[in-house]
Design a protein. Structure first.
Length: 260
């Protein structure tokens, strides 16, 4: 059951945009949701939070409910079990299982954006994506790469999540767009959303690459060309050495070592 946590008004009337946030209730969830609450000129926004495993305190949801703006609604989906194989569920995506798939279909908006519970949006993120999505099937922003120690923006990503045929993945993968930078028109992209539930990599991730491949091969997308998503780097990611070097070129010393 999806429970309306906060917000007033007619939820049956489609929203201008929806934001899907899978979570394990980390403390950073509050910052992520607050960045959605701070969106400007995005109209009515539906926030859908999917709880995979409650590793943090549920009291964060009470704070979110109190802070929800009048133009937004927050709904929570917590089935009481995890859909991820990592926790005994059926779906190979370790990072939320089937939650993005379920909540994309459940969103009462054609225009769906995505946010992980440790990242955040700039205030213009949704509005610029909505503008770019006009006459297209999907759109994406650029992103800031963020130091996990202190959560400070380091540099604008110009090589990884940069879109169709571009960046270091342009030649062999056709490009790439990070989940947190993406917005889709779900009525045009309806068939591809089960891919959110599949994690083909050894770490249970890679669903973002499957999704980008499907979107880029069969549907029409474009970039806002504005860095409005903030992505916290993971020292255990295989791309970490590349990001350390990019940070140094930008004059930022990224000290976080790999964990393994």
């Amino acid at each position: 059951m999806i429970e309306q946590l906060a917000g007033a008004g007619d939820c049956q009337r489609p929203f201008d945009a929806a934001v899907v946030i899978p979570t394990v209730l980390r403390p950073s969830l509050l910052e992520a949701v607050r960045s959605v609450f701070a969106q400007r000129e995005a109209g009515r926004v539906q926030v859908l939070i999917g709880v995979d495993v409650a590793r943090g305190r549920r009291s964060v949801l009470d704070v979110i409910a109190r802070e929800c703006p009048e133009t937004m609604t927050v709904s929570v989906f917590d089935p009481g079990y995890s859909t991820s194989a990592r926790n005994g569920g059926l779906y190979s995506n370790h990072f939320g299982g089937a939650l993005r798939t379920i909540l994309t279909y459940a969103a009462n908006s054609r225009h769906v954006a995505y946010l992980d519970d440790d990242n955040w949006f700039a205030p213009a993120h949704l509005a610029t994506l909505l503008a770019a999505l006009a006459d297209h099937d999907w759109a994406h922003s650029l992103r800031w790469m963020v130091d996990p120690d202190g959560r400070r923006p380091m540099y604008v990503d110009e090589t990884e999540s940069v879109g169709l045929g571009a960046g270091i993945w342009g030649e062999n993968q056709g490009g790439f767009v990070d989940t947190n930078s993406l917005m889709v028109d779900k009525m045009k992209c309806h068939a591809v959303f089960p891919l959110w539930s599949i994690g083909p990599l050894k770490n249970g991730g890679g669903e973002d690459r499957l999704m980008f491949k499907a979107l880029s091969q069969t549907l029409k997308g474009r970039s806002t060309n504005q860095p409005t998503a903030y992505y916290v780097v993971d020292p255990d990611d295989e791309m970490h050495p590349h990001r350390v070097a990019a940070a140094l070129r930008a004059g930022y010393f990224l000290s976080s070592p790999r964990k393994s």
